[in-house]
Design a protein around this ligand. Structure first.
Ligand SMILES: NC(=O)C1=CN([C@@H]2O[C@H](COP(=O)(O)OP(=O)(O)OC[C@H]3O[C@@H](n4cnc5c(N)ncnc54)[C@H](OP(=O)(O)O)[C@@H]3O)[C@@H](O)[C@H]2O)C=CC1
Ligand SMILES: O=C1CO[C@H](CO)[C@@H](O)[C@@H]1O
Length: 315
């Protein structure tokens, strides 16, 4: 039996499944196979980005699953993102067309500005030199993409509340989504409330707190364990006969976000979607709120000096 995520209605009327597959690091044939396994398991929401250099793999997997009759194009919600080096308004359309060509799809469901930080690529393409392009100008250029008919919804990623406010004030289209890091250690309660009040959905990236990065346990006894090993998470998991990963994903859904866990492993891909047959009690949500430390995994440290660096604001 395949499990399906329910959907949330975006502020422009389109529907987005409340759980998707993250694809950062899924490249080549492994990437194609992972996305196909996800579609077979019932995923109908895939998150990629031009920066992940795997749009072609994601597109190929989707086309193969359309060709074999598993899905129709309209059944699946595809997100990709505009990278920092294409923030100049004149570069937005070419960057979008490149993503569309890589994906080989007629349209993209959701196009996100990946961060509010503009940059120029160095001559050899190896480095990024920060520039002063205002993300509001980039947003206005993204709005023109709606007229092409090749994108349904626009959103942002890694934006703080002040930056969202500026986009809402100066733009003519409201972002449907703000995709930000969100997990039990950084539960983003204030940003979630701020976005909910403005009918903007929070997509939760690194929802599992990237367990892979902690495969070699730290020797520092003071360093907190991965949330998978937290007694509170393990107890709730045991209560429902679920894994710690499933509890962490259910928590994110129950606090109103859309998690996009990445996995390249078919068993874990299926496991991560299998979170729609239970829900946490309000008390369990409060217990998991207790894991909040405010720790951020993705910090964009080399961009801290940029005037639009997003993570200096409170939320
Ligand atoms: N907008 C942005 O700036 C950003 C967006 N993202 C998006 O969010 C997605 C998810 O975030 P990501 O940073 O990848 O981190 P996640 O929190 O999704 O963690 C991914 C890691 O978890 C492992 N894993 C997956 N499922 C399980 C499970 N059930 N049990 C144990 N381990 C598991 C995976 O290993 P394995 O593959 O072996 O299963 C992988 O190592 C990205 O792939 C990307 O699409 C991420 C970062 C920034
Ligand atoms: O989307 C992303 C995936 O993770 C990367 C590395 O941490 C981030 O830089 C990027 O924003």
């Amino acid at each position: 039996m395949s499990v399906r995520a329910t959907t949330v209605t975006l502020n422009n009327g389109f529907q987005m499944p409340v759980l998707g597959l993250g694809t950062y690091g899924l490249r080549g044939s492994n990437g194609v196979e992972a996305v196909k396994a996800a579609i077979d398991a019932g995923y109908r929401h895939i998150d990629t980005a031009s920066a992940y250099e795997n749009e072609a793999e994601v597109g190929q997997a989707i086309r193969e699953k359309i060709l074999d009759g598993t899905i129709k194009r309209e059944d699946i919600f595809v997100t990709t993102k505009l990278w920092n080096t294409s923030h100049e308004p004149s570069q937005v359309l070419p960057a979008f067309e490149k993503s569309l060509a890589n994906l080989q799809l007629d349209y993209i469901d959701l196009y996100l500005m990946h961060t509010p930080i503009g940059a120029n690529a160095s001559a050899d393409g190896e480095d990024e030199i920060l520039n002063e392009v205002d993300y509001v100008a980039t947003w206005k250029a993204m709005e023109h993409l709606l007229k092409t008919g090749h994108v349904r919804s626009l959103g942002v990623s890694n934006f703080n509340s002040e930056q969202l406010t500026r986009v809402i004030e100066h733009g003519s289209t409201k972002p449907v989504v703000n995709q930000v890091e969100c997990h039990v250690r950084l539960n983003q309660k204030k940003l979630i409330k701020f976005c909910k009040d403005r009918d903007i959905v929070i997509t939760a990236y690194s929802p599992l707190y990237r367990p892979g990065r902690m495969l070699r346990p730290s020797e520092d006894p003071l360093e907190p364990k991965h949330p998978f090993d937290d007694t509170r998470v393990k107890e709730i998991a045991q209560r429902y006969g679920k894994s710690p990963a499933q509890v962490l994903l259910r928590y994110l859904i129950d606090i109103g976000t859309v998690p996009i866990p990445k996995s390249g492993n078919p068993e874990r891909i299926r496991q991560n979607l299998n979170v729609f047959d239970f829900a946490l009690t309000p008390e369990e949500v409060v217990t998991l709120d207790g894991l909040q430390t405010g720790e951020r995994l993705v910090r964009f440290e080399s961009d801290i000096a940029h005037r639009h660096y997003p993570f200096s604001a409170e939320f």
